[in-house]
Design a protein around this ligand. Structure first.
Ligand SMILES: [Zn+2]
Length: 237
């Protein structure tokens, strides 16, 4: 598998699903050097091609930027790769339905089998605990480290008033998790609205989470998503 082509496909897939807008990004740890990762330059995700991919060290310094501008929030990726050796892909996005959960006391809870990983815990990164008066962007190594600390061993973390980050041992898993995190947030908002104040919601329980998560690698969806994304690039030329 061509890692750069997979990463280009990941950008297109996330844009297609409305998970990353003009500002989200996805990275993958280099298959040839675990101390490096690949991330697109500062460009709208729908426009990413192989020529836009830059390699970084884990301090998020570009190896050969070829005159291209790096995304300011790249430290999210570098610091998570440093803190989580088993993680090989990171998605950062501003997908809209998760944001309300980042600004209220209502935690995200698992209620949809495709997003059972929510049951492993989705902590909320409060950037004020690390620095006051920021523009909410994680654009320094220090803020990246603070976010990685909040994420801990979890599959995803919310970022208060900003968005979220999802991680996976593989690129399909990180991409799938961010698609289904958005869907799960939307479904939870709907369930809360239907149930009404104090109404009962049948969340996925701990044993169901345990039974579901290991198999949840989105292996069936990925080839379809990838083929569609890459076909879209070819048809546009
Ligand atoms: Zn952001």
């Amino acid at each position: 598998m061509n890692q750069v082509e997979d990463l280009v496909a990941a950008y297109r897939i996330l844009a297609e699903h409305g998970v990353i807008d003009a500002y989200g990004h996805v990275s993958v740890r280099s298959a040839s050097d675990p101390k490096r990762y690949l991330l697109a330059r500062s460009i709208a995700p729908e426009l990413v091609t192989q020529a836009d991919i830059i390699e970084y060290d884990l301090d998020s310094n570009p190896i050969d930027p070829r005159g291209m501008e790096s995304v300011r929030e790249r430290f999210i990726h570098g610091e998570i790769f440093k803190a989580r050796p088993e993680v090989n892909a990171v998605v950062h996005n501003h997908s809209p339905s998760v944001v309300p959960f980042s600004v209220t006391e209502t935690p995200m809870r698992p209620l949809f089998h495709m997003a059972a990983f929510v049951g492993l815990g989705v902590p909320n990164f409060e950037i004020r605990d690390a620095a006051k008066g920021t523009d909410l962007l994680v654009k320094t190594p220090y803020l990246g480290q603070a976010l990685a600390k909040t994420l801990g061993g979890s599959p995803a973390a919310l970022m208060r008033g900003h968005g979220s980050v999802t991680v996976g041992e593989t690129l399909p898993r990180a991409v799938g998790r961010s698609i289904y995190l958005e869907q799960s947030a939307r479904m939870q908002l709907q369930a809360i609205a239907i149930a009404g104040p104090g109404g009962k919601i049948a969340y996925i329980d701990e044993s169901e989470v345990k039974a579901s998560v290991p198999a949840q690698d989105y292996g069936r969806a990925w080839p379809m998503w990838r083929a569609k994304a890459l076909a879209g690039i070819k048809s546009k030329g």
